[in-house]
Design a protein around this ligand. Structure first.
Ligand SMILES: [Cu+2]
Length: 284
């Protein structure tokens, strides 16, 4: 926002210019007209994808301290639409840049079959909305997301789906690794909130769930007695450091003390794809 005195000064300057040049009719709203532009690549991957949005004023100068709003949407070839989990955009820095992070649930295509079209809308007060269509592909290095559920925890008559997204760094030669996960729940086709302690899911509906506790545990051994407890940033991102990583790590999720399950297992498995394992073996 412009400071009030800046606004008065700008208006006075416009008036003075108009008196000199005998112009008229131009709205002073144009003084706060911002422009949004995409600074980063338009592509995306299933899982964590971040776009940099630049905000400038009508003089082309960077706008500091504004927070754009992001709205991801997929129009499925099959006909329906759905959104995707996201953590929104950061406040613009002194270069006018904001980072907007979405966790894509699906690829735009599977082989030759087009699954649908993703669009990202970016909005900011006093700015023309920005819209772009990213081609979203599936990364092939490692499991990127796993769904967990449990039958006593339901939304709309079916088990509430929790999705763990994996955006972890690669391991070093000693098998040490920093794990980064993002966890969201599916409340509807349009609502995938980040899982946070002391939040309420589907508030005001019959599916309302108060999230009093969330426990996220990580291990490189699914048989292990001791698991590493991940810590959260309070906005759906969980991190932990693990050792002895070779081909897979495992994640346990419990909400309000109840374990969520992946099929029959009470943990999610994140492993290298076969191609990567074969490449690894060829390298050794
Ligand atoms: Cu889709």
């Amino acid at each position: 926002m412009l400071k009030p005195n800046t606004f008065i000064k700008a208006t006075a300057t416009t008036l003075a210019a108009c008196m000199l040049m005998a112009c008229g009719g131009e709205s002073s709203n144009n003084d706060t007209q911002y422009t949004l532009s995409l600074e980063s690549e338009k592509t995306g991957v299933v899982g964590k994808s971040t776009y940099t949005i630049n905000v400038t004023d009508k003089d082309g100068l960077a706008v500091y301290g504004e927070t754009p709003i992001m709205k991801p949407m997929m129009a499925m070839t099959a006909g329906h639409q759905h959104s995707s989990p996201h953590t929104g955009c950061t406040e613009t820095d002194d270069q006018g840049n904001s980072d907007c992070t979405v966790y894509f649930l699906m690829a735009s295509a599977m082989g030759d079959e087009v699954m649908g079209i993703w669009s990202i809308d970016i909005e900011l007060e006093n700015a023309e909305p920005l819209s772009f269509v990213p081609a979203v592909t599936m990364p092939m290095a490692e499991t990127v997301k796993v769904d967990l559920k449990e039958n006593d925890d339901t939304v709309g008559g079916t088990a509430r789906r929790y999705t763990i997204f994996n955006s972890s760094a690669a391991s070093n030669a000693e098998g040490e690794r920093s794990i980064e996960l993002f966890i969201s729940s599916k409340e509807s086709m349009m609502s995938f909130p980040a899982l946070q302690t002391n939040s309420t899911l589907s508030a005001g509906t019959e599916d309302e769930l108060n999230v009093d506790s969330v426990d996220v545990l990580v291990s490189t051994d699914n048989d292990a007695e001791i698991w590493t407890t991940a810590t959260t940033n309070g906005a759906g991102v969980w991190t932990a450091d693990i050792e002895n990583y070779s081909n897979a790590f495992y994640v346990k999720l419990s909400v309000n003390g109840t374990a969520k399950k992946s099929g029959e297992f009470d943990y999610a498995t994140f492993k290298k794809t076969e191609n990567m394992m074969m490449k690894d073996m060829a390298d050794k």
